[in-house]
Design a protein around this ligand. Structure first.
Ligand code: AHR
Length: 668
């Protein structure tokens, strides 16, 4: 018997069983909501890990465009038949000593001395981020900064396919020869699709020209913004309708040491002024080294805020609290020197929210966004712990609340959801009346079932929970063998019924990490995988999306024998009311390997639509995964479901190893 036949016969058997015996009754009190569900409930966690930003959502195709990587020509190959000694030199303005030249944020550039006529005489090839994704017929914008020193040199930009053949080209003739730096751009179209393309720059003429910020962007960025983001990746987020976007991480907020911490003010303005730092994921894992991983900050704070606005998500920036990563250097800023860090937080609120007459509101307006971003919540520290964190947090809390009493602060409970460090922080944070406590759990799949009642006993008053980073690990944390398989996703779906049921306590939740480049990742599992041209959502993505687009506004009780369905018969369930849509939303995970039938009694309703919608996510194979080739292997299927409008119930026939979401229009 094949799998489909087997499933159909099991369902038929279950249906006839259902006719023979009444199904156990599960009661939903539709007219008695027990808690609000915050609009922020389900969100996303973004970090520049796994080439998530540079080499990922930031659509720049040239790697090391500014020659600021530790090895200034990393990513570039210089070659040619007519090479001469010193024809390509790396120069450093910061070292030049002349104040007119000093550019401390982006000191390096290259000096090209050309005496060439043809491609092949002197060429610079950029390999991109594990190649460049090039699309047939699409426009590409090639831009750079130049300074003509002498002579006449034209620049040719060729897109190359994997075999090195041109698939698009343009010519840039420097317009100004006044010996100053200028920006110039040309555009041209590609004549082929190539996932592993390259960019070749070659020179025609004789002379000397300085070059910096050599850049290539596709036309089809998100909303067509020049220098913007990969539209296919943003679309995956937009489709989730996330309640918030947490940015920019993660450990990169803390930095390996304090010099490499994330500093939002350095991510604003012209890309050439944004000082690059080494990405801590470059060298963090000896088993997954990524020596070409740097943060250019082309995707900076303005762009993050803009992204949130575009997709209707609340911005949730996380700032360094005066502590570097405690797994790395654990550097601390002395308490009497914390002011600049606190000021960064105060200024960020002004940048996000204040009117254009203020210092930082004006900066926002000058950058093209006079309208405030309406920031309501801000994180202080990422995975920081110990009394040193509490001391620093207290200083932030006092200063921020004095100026912005309504700003809610996300506070760290460390790296783990239990243990001494967690208990210490949780106790202290609650005593400090922390607004939101950020809990992280990277745990085995079974942990998620065992902890479905975790929040049932949390205090209803006082601090709320932000389940800020979590994902079921099919192997173990930081193992390269972790898979985004259906087992993990299904157990996460079951666990999330416990989050929803406890929305009075848990006000925000996000899976982590978000993106991974299949050719350059450090950490797995991840919600969404990409290569240079493609993107796919994992089974975990579809679980997150089902929750997020079926959020509801109020928690309803959903009980069998007066108990929440939280593991009985391997069923996990929650219910919500969506006030705006006037719909009941039921979520049920059946983690068992048998069909189970439940009669869901919708108490307190006056009228029900006879047909609801069922979104069914299931797979018989718990090891099933999605892939570029089979992107929707595990993905939801929508089908109608009948409602008994007289007796006010819906019968759910729950397939083995399935997650079902049902929406039914109702009047009360
Ligand atoms: O999500 C990956 C990493 O896990 C984050 O950077 C960090 O906060 C956590 O340890």
């Amino acid at each position: 018997m094949n799998v489909i036949t087997k499933t159909v016969s099991l369902l038929l058997a279950a249906a006839s069983f259902a006719q023979a015996q009444p199904a156990p009754v599960v009661r939903v009190n539709v007219n008695q909501p027990v808690a609000d569900i915050q609009p922020t409930m389900w969100g996303v966690f973004f970090e520049d890990i796994n080439f998530g930003a540079d080499g990922g959502i930031y659509a720049e195709l040239v790697k090391n465009r500014s020659f600021e990587f530790f090895k200034p020509l990393m990513g570039w190959t210089v070659r040619g038949k007519k090479r001469t000694e010193g024809d390509i030199l790396v120069q450093n303005r910061a070292e030049s000593g002349t104040s007119s030249e000093s550019q401390s944020n982006n000191p390096r550039y290259i000096r090209v001395s050309a005496n060439s006529a043809n491609a092949g005489d002197l060429e610079l090839i950029n390999e991109g981020f594990r190649g460049m994704g090039i699309k047939n017929g699409l426009r590409y914008d090639f831009a750079l900064m130049y300074r003509v020193q002498s002579g006449n040199v034209k620049l040719h930009a060729d897109l190359l396919d994997a075999k090195g053949q041109p698939i698009g080209s343009g010519t840039l003739t420097p317009e100004k020869t006044d010996g100053q730096w200028h920006k110039q751009q040309i555009s041209f179209k590609s004549s082929a699709t190539e996932p592993k393309g390259k960019l070749k720059v070659w020179f025609e003429g004789t002379g000397v020209v300085d070059l910096d910020m050599i850049s290539l962007f596709p036309e089809d960025t998100w909303k067509g913004r020049p220098g913007g983001m990969r539209a296919d990746m943003v679309q995956m987020l937009a489709d989730m309708k996330p309640g918030f976007v947490r940015f920019p991480g993660g450990c990169i907020v803390e930095g390996h040491d304090l010099t490499q911490r994330y500093q939002w003010k350095k991510t604003l303005g012209a890309p050439e002024d944004r000082q690059l730092v080494i990405n801590r994921w470059n060298f963090e894992f000896g088993h997954r080294p990524t020596p070409d991983y740097f943060q250019t900050f082309g995707l900076g704070f303005l762009e993050y805020f803009q992204l949130c606005e575009d997709i209707g998500a609340e911005p949730l920036p996380i700032l360094n609290c005066g502590m570097a990563c405690q797994f790395n250097t654990a550097e601390l800023v002395p308490l009497d020197q914390l002011d600049p860090y606190v000021q960064d937080a105060i200024d960020l609120i002004e940048f996000a929210n204040a009117d254009v007459t203020t210092k930082w509101g004006k900066v926002r307006a000058d950058l093209g966004h006079p309208k405030p971003f309406n920031l309501k919540v801000l994180g202080v520290g990422n995975e920081n712990w110990g009394p040193q964190y509490i001391e620093r947090l207290a200083i932030f809390q006092k200063a921020i609340k004095a100026k912005y009493p309504n700003m809610r602060l996300v506070c760290s409970s460390g790296t783990d959801p239990d243990g001494e460090r967690f208990d210490f922080l949780n106790g202290k944070l609650r005593a400090m009346n922390a607004d939101l406590i950020d809990e992280h759990y990277y745990r085995r799949p079974e942990w998620f079932l065992q902890n479905v009642k975790r929040y049932d006993t949390y205090p209803r008053n006082g601090s709320k929970v932000f389940a800020g980073e979590w994902a079921a690990q099919s192997d173990k944390t930081v193992s390269v063998n972790n898979k985004n398989n259906w087992l993990c996703a299904l157990n996460e779906a079951a666990f999330m019924t416990g989050l929803e049921r406890n929305a009075a306590v848990v006000q925000m939740a996000s899976y982590a990490p978000l993106f991974a480049n299949a050719d350059a990742w450090q950490w797995t599992p991840d919600l969404i995988w990409v290569d240079n041209l493609r993107v796919y959502g994992t089974p975990n993505y579809y679980v997150q999306k089902l929750y997020s687009v079926n959020k509801g506004t109020h928690v309803l009780t959903m009980t069998q024998n007066n108990e929440p369905l939280a593991g009985q018969d391997s069923l996990y369930a929650s219910a919500a009311w969506d006030k705006a849509a006037g719909e009941i939303i039921l979520k049920v995970a059946n983690v068992s390997d048998k069909v189970q039938v439940r009669q869901i009694q919708l108490d307190g309703t006056k009228k029900l639509d006879p047909t609801g919608k069922l979104f069914l996510l299931k797979n018989d194979n718990l090891n099933a995964v999605n892939s570029f080739e089979n992107a929707t292997n595990v993905s939801p299927v929508e089908q109608p479901i009948s409602v008994d409008t007289k007796k006010k119930y819906v019968t759910m026939t729950l397939a083995p190893k399935s997650f079902s979401v049902v929406r039914i229009k109702a009047m009360m």
